[in-house]
Every structure is written in structure tokens, then in C-alpha cells.
Design a protein around this ligand. Structure first.
Ligand SMILES: [Zn+2]
Ligand SMILES: [Zn+2]
Length: 78
């Protein structure tokens, strides 16, 4: 499941280097997580680590179906 580079960059720019997660079940509750992320730290744990997530697993690799989330949120998907 490789997301094309140009799509990845597009989603990253939309996110503005922050976690886009708005899940109310997470510890950030009613506000977006907005944790600062570092481009080079994709897939890494710890500070600035993040991953790309499909909002709907049945939809494709398009920017509208992807969000940038910090590793904490990524692993906490509920
Ligand atoms: Zn997060
Ligand atoms: Zn979250």
C-alpha cells in the first residue's frame, strides 16, 4: 500500500506539520490533536513521529481520503 509521493506531500501540506486527528475517543478529546510532526520522522516512534491514515479503508489513495496523524493517534485508532 504505497501512497504516491505527490499525494503524500499534498496531505502533509494541508496538515501543516500537525496531527490532523479529531477522534473524540483519544486523549485530546474535543479538540484536534495538532501535535507537531517532522517530515523526516514518518513511521518513527517518539517525538515528531507520524503516519498516514486512510479515513475510509475502502477508498483510494486520494488526498481527501488521507490524513496525517501522529504515531500516538495512529496506534490508538479506535
Ligand atoms: Zn495525534
Ligand atoms: Zn487522535
Amino acid at each position: 500500500m504505497a501512497i504516491p509521493d505527490n499525494v503524500l506531500k499534498q496531505v502533509w501540506e494541508r496538515a501543516g506539520g500537525q496531527c490532523e486527528c479529531e477522534k473524540r475517543t483519544h486523549s485530546h478529546f474535543y479538540v484536534p490533536c495538532a501535535k507537531p510532526l517532522v517530515w523526516e520522522n514518518r513511521g518513527k516512534k517518539g517525538w515528531g513521529g507520524w503516519e498516514i491514515k486512510h479515513i475510509d479503508v475502502n477508498k483510494g489513495d486520494v488526498a481527501s481520503n488521507l490524513e496525517v496523524v501522529c504515531i500516538t493517534c495512529f496506534e490508538a485508532q479506535v
